[in-house]
Design a protein around this ligand. Sequence first.
Ligand SMILES: Cc1cc2nc3c(=O)[nH]c(=O)nc-3n(C[C@H](O)[C@H](O)[C@H](O)COP(=O)(O)OP(=O)(O)OC[C@H]3O[C@@H](n4cnc5c(N)ncnc54)[C@H](O)[C@@H]3O)c2cc1C
Length: 566
Amino acid sequence: MPAVRRNHRADVLPVQESPPPWGPAEIRSLRDRLRQADADERGRTEPAWDLIVVGAGIAGAGVARDAALRGLRVLVLDARDLAFGTSSRSSRLIHGGVRYLEQGELGLVYEALRERRLLYKIAGHIVQPARFLFPAYRGDRLPLWKLRIGLSLYDALSLYRSHGHRVLRPAAARALEPLLREEGLRGAVTYEDAVTDDARLTLATLQDARRHGAQVLTYAPVVAIRRADDDQVVELDGGLRVRARSVVVAAGPWTSERLLGVAGAHLLALSRGIHLVLRAADVPIRQPLVVQAQKERRILFVVPWGARTYLGTTDTAYEGDPAASGVTAGDTDELFALIGKVLPGAVLGRDRIVSAWSGVRPLVRDEHADPGDPTAEISRSHRILETADGVIAVVGGKLTTYRSMAEETVDRVIRRLRQRGRLPAGVGRCQTHRHPLVAGEPLSPLELQSPLLGDLAQRHGPLARGLHARIQADPRLGARIVEDLPYCWAEVDHAISHEGAVHLEDVLRRRIPLALTDADLGARVAREVATRLVTAWGGSAADIEAELQRYREAMRVETGRVLAPC
Ligand SMILES: Cc1cc2nc3c(=O)[nH]c(=O)nc-3n(C[C@H](O)[C@H](O)[C@H](O)COP(=O)(O)OP(=O)(O)OC[C@H]3O[C@@H](n4cnc5c(N)ncnc54)[C@H](O)[C@@H]3O)c2cc1C
């Protein structure tokens, strides 16, 4: 039985050591509770929530965690799954952003490097430092001397708390990475940044919010937000209304006039970025690699990922539904051409692609900028704004800086609640930098020697112990879902019972990244996973077929591949 600590506000749920289960029973019970709250609304004097967060991407997750840790009663609503949007479609880097140095955004780089340091501390199991290799070739826009100056500044902005950069001669660079083109190589710089799993970082953040009493409901699209006396009423698709003392909109690229009124009009410029996943055997690089794209004034990344390597990204102005951005042949050819110049020995070709993903950046428009400027030039800083009705929104920014963005947003919420005399008693200061996302003792070196436990720990942190115990009780759960990838069946069951998965794609795309790494996008095991999911929900054979059909459609939209019936 996990130990339970009490939160300082009597009406806030107790804090538990592990996040409470998050399966069909809990999801149904929350839906019932919201229906009840709606039915009660007219007679109520007090709303059930202090804060509703619209959007369960990394920004919304961060706000929810920050607010819940301070003692606010929080409800998060997402139109689809958690991290459905940009937060499962990034380059998966926790980085200061070497590129932003060139744009003079020293403040952003400083903040991002500070947050990287904090994330090592609070999310060490899924934010792993890595040594990046940045080569310079004759004629490159960023020659070796500029890289050296830039990375010296990067070290300084990190307050010299990471392993500093090193400058390598061409022979040393090729010894480190034999795949690098030899011709024209002037040398390289190595420096530290970090790699993560964006969707699981979002999940872990939400789970910690839940552990501190927040409630999260996915597949709950918000269609309107209106002021009612001193509160806000959020209306869900289907007519359900939920009342709260305050609302934060964190809808990423969906942030619009519909949610924010005039404050949301023309706020964002959207930019699409794609990534391609190949077998590690086709692109056998040894460490993350940075590649310069000359004309585009951008840099690209090639990142080893176990049995796979991924490449990205593009930066193209985008209009339309962020959920349907997809990967075009033009994107693929552009990436292959740029990467192929630096890694001539890599086997790059459309027929070698294992999977792909496409994300849309919600970039905050600069009113003074020329609308014709490339999106790569638009700042990655975030903005917090407030509508005339008192709805607060947070947009832009980076995965890396989500915690500090959330702190600033919740500070604003608290200020406004205090001004209106609506701040509950006992609400404290930001605590998110102090506590790990996953509670419990990190695994000891001895525990990490167990290959299975060590592997689970990289995705689940200390919660890996619980999964391992379940596997020991039923060794079938320890079997790999597909042979060449490390994920096991215990993680499928865990996603359904403890991680809020509602649909098949939630399990195969965002809890376990099979859709990104498996050669047939999980098709071989999709029926078995769908059966477990639908059984847990008490569904029928027809529901299994519906899940499979939905998954095939999601894969078609995202990767452009049409899966055979599975
Ligand atoms: C190609 C690419 C690469 C990137 N690489 C990096 C990187 O390596 N490192 C880094 O730090 N940053 C990176 N970023 C930036 C980072 O991914 C984003 O800044 C971040 O994920 C945005 O998160 P968000 O929560 O604001 O938006 P999202 O993740 O899109 O979340 C918004 C959520 O709101 C929900 N929603 C929308 N409308 C409604 C509604 N009406 N009702 C309820 N819910 C709603 C959506 O379903 C969605 O889940 C990258 C971005 C892209 C596109």
